[in-house]
Design a protein around this ligand. Sequence first.
Ligand code: FPP
Length: 248
Amino acid sequence: MEYSAERGFEERQPPKHIAIIMDGNGRWAEARGLSRNKGHRKGVETLKSAIRSARKFGIEYLTVFSFSSENWSRPKSEISELFSLLKIFIRKDLAELHQNNVRVRIIGERNNVPGDILPLLVEAEALTAANTGQNLIIAFNYGSRDEIANATKAIATKFANGELQLEDINSDLISSHLETADIPDPDLIIRTSGEKRLSNFLLWQAAYAEFVFVDCLWPDFDELQFSLAVDEYYRRTRKFGGLSRVTA
Ligand code: FPP
């Protein structure tokens, strides 16, 4: 089934939750003789267009990987550019997201987030908390293994305090202690730039996700590319470990 701008993906239910690893900003810039930072700036424009496309496609939850806990090993100048892009994005685009009824959430470690960014993250979540339209989840300073370790610590603490028993520990309990507790697992994970890795992104939540890896670099990931990736998802048969054929 093809996506049409007029009709959308009308024949089947769209994936409820799409998560994207926005990869390839640096290569996009280098191929044009530009600084990597210019690639990240173009990447923000692409992100804004992807948010609009997701709304058009009827995607309820969109999660984007904006800074991983491993990205701290990049040069300081690049880290500070990524931080300042996030600040500008929240300052400039939050009002529009709010107007469009988008609920913004940020997942990731907050302890070592620079002091000037933290209040912006809190503000973005507070301002949009009651919005009921699209959900935008920004994974910032996020690492899935740390998230699972934190959930494990919280569960172990409850066990030690007698608040829960060993028999209570199951996958639902673990899910409910992750930062994504009230967010459905992603149906589709897209990674741009031809890399085929999860890179410590939503490891637990990706258990039954479909993966679509596209060669195009993130700054080139326009609405057509996005629709092709969703189209690929529609062609997959989702079985959730069983034999019966469950289509999306
Ligand atoms: C990967 O490209 C991309 C990132 C590490 C960051 C993604 C960030 C943005 C799109 C912009 C900032 C986000 C927000 C929410 C304002 P890469 O640098 O790894 O590219 P390369 O693999 O080609 O070097």
